[in-house]
Design a protein around this ligand. Structure first.
Ligand SMILES: Cc1cc2nc3c(=O)[nH]c(=O)nc-3n(C[C@H](O)[C@H](O)[C@H](O)COP(=O)(O)OP(=O)(O)OC[C@H]3O[C@@H](n4cnc5c(N)ncnc54)[C@H](O)[C@@H]3O)c2cc1C
Length: 434
């Protein structure tokens, strides 16, 4: 029989939050991470209030999040003509009990990694260890097949294995060998950050342009004494799907000059995008990709979380948030069902179908769908948005998205904690018959 432990493939945002959650409820675990060293990779991401709540309940509160990011105050869409299409307050300003945070993905990753080492010990994360696959054993346990950076292969036996190994998940590939290849709808994103004075509220998420040609901007740091903050930008253009994207890879560093000409007309009296791009130190190119939803995230003692389970377009700013929620729901189900396949099945039953639908909503533009409506109804030319999409229709559209993604305000504010304070998995509830 397996040792009482959970194996986690992938020490990104989801895998590390799962490790902290398991530690909180008294379940031993070990994380295998293919990267050889912890590095602050990526650029900006958003944490929705539902995910911020979970971090707070893990003891990672506003003080720490304020050091690596900034509470978002507003979410707004602006047409190519520079006129506002939609805006709503965010986080506590919108009446949530928790902030929404905009922060650097790499800084969040390093914070979570440090917390795991502090709480679980230095041996809890095995860096330079890639999980290549798994074997479900006759006794109900699971063996992870792991390759270390020196090329050696290892077998680790555990009670459960959680695949938190991201969009190119090896665990998912074994669980769903017939899954279609990665899906790309034609959009290329160029991402980076630049020091500049934040626009609008000082902490606004702004989507500007059309659904096929737009830029998203938001600050991910508090301003310094000169009023300058790190502004995260994502410049996006949609091409025909025969455009040769696969050569460009994932987070390929690029020169600004390679794509800046596509955005030279994005100049307004409140924004000079070409100058912002020119002031950026780094830029990355990545295709906007996802995968078709699968029918289950579980294979006996093995489950998928985060991007391994539901890779989605970033249009809803909820990839990292959902990875955190997945980890917390697994913890809740372990309190109810023990460290057992039954806990994983309950997690799957609660989230697999609805979150697959969120991923499909994001593929269909997610909350940016309002930009499509503007294009369809008036080709982008309008004086007052009320003549194109009445205010009630705009509000109803956004509420439907928030409900589907699990961060509708009243439901979240009223919900009991995912994991009650002090709850632990009862000893002896580790075996699959529990
Ligand atoms: C380097 C990097 C940079 C990113 N930058 C951004 C960004 O700027 N903006 C944004 O919106 N999203 C970014 N993302 C994606 C974002 O982090 C995820 O969408 C989201 O946080 C969900 O988290 P996750 O834990 O499921 O996946 P990820 O955060 O992708 O973590 C997966 C982890 O698994 C590891 N891994 C992969 N395969 C294996 C394997 N076979 N065995 C062991 N370990 C494995 C990876 O190294 C990674 O650490 C980035 C992801 C990565 C890996």
């Amino acid at each position: 029989m397996a040792a009482d432990n959970v194996l986690i493939a992938g020490g990104g945002i989801g895998g590390l939050v799962l490790a902290l959650t398991l530690h909180q409820i008294g379940v031993p675990c070990i994380v295998f991470e293919s990267a050889r060293e912890p590095k602050a990779l990526g650029v900006g991401i958003n944490l929705q209030p539902n995910a911020v709540r979970e971090l707070e309940e893990l003891g990672i509160g506003e003080q720490e999040l304020d050091r690596i990011g900034i509470p978002a105050r507003e979410w707004a869409l602006v047409g190519l003509n520079g006129k506002q299409i939609y805006s709503e307050p965010r986080g506590k300003l919108a009446g949530y009990r928790w902030h929404q945070y905009a922060l650097h993905r790499g800084a969040l990753y390093l914070l979570l990694h440090r917390k795991v080492i502090e709480r679980l010990g230095a041996g809890a994360v095995k860096l330079g260890h890639r999980v290549g696959g798994y074997r479900n054993e006759a006794d109900g346990s699971v063996t992870a097949l792991v390759e270390s950076a020196d090329g050696a292969t290892h077998k680790f036996n555990g009670t459960l294995l959680i695949g938190a190994d991201g969009i190119h998940s090896a665990v998912r590939a074994q669980m769903h060998p017939d899954q279609p290849p990665i899906h790309w709808g034609g959009t290329i994103m160029w991402r980076g950050t630049a020091r500049a004075v934040p626009i609008r509220t000082g902490s606004s998420f702004v989507g500007l342009g059309t659904n096929r040609h737009r830029v998203v901007l938001y600050p991910i740091s508090h301003p310094d004494e000169d009023g300058l903050a790190d502004i995260n930008w994502i410049a996006e253009k949609t091409y025909d799907t025969d455009h040769n994207w696969s050569k460009t890879g994932w987070f390929r560093p690029v020169e600004i000059a390679e794509f800046a000409h596509e955005f030279r007309d994005f100049v307004y009296d409140w924004l000079d995008l070409p100058t912002l791009l020119a002031n950026s130190e780094v830029a990355y190119e990545n295709p906007m990709i996802d995968r078709d939803p699968v029918s289950t995230w579980v294979d006996g003692p093995v489950a998928l979380i985060g991007d391994a389970a539901h890779p989605m377009y970033p249009t809803g700013s909820n990839g990292a948030s959902q990875a955190i929620i997945d980890a917390r729901i697994i913890g809740r189900m372990m309190i109810r069902h023990g460290v057992t396949p039954a806990a994983l099945a309950a997690y799957d039953g609660q989230l697999c179908r609805p979150i697959g639908q969120v991923a499909m909503r994001n593929r269909g533009a997610g909350p940016f769908g309002l930009l499509d409506m503007v294009e369809e109804r008036c080709g982008g030319a309008f004086e007052s948005i009320d003549d194109v999409i009445p205010a009630e229709e705009r509000t109803a559209f956004m509420l439907a998205y928030q409900q589907a993604a699990g961060f509708a305000r009243s439901e979240l504010n009223a919900a009991a904690p995912t994991i009650p304070a002090g709850a632990k998995v009862a000893k002896g509830r580790y075996d699959s018959a529990a």
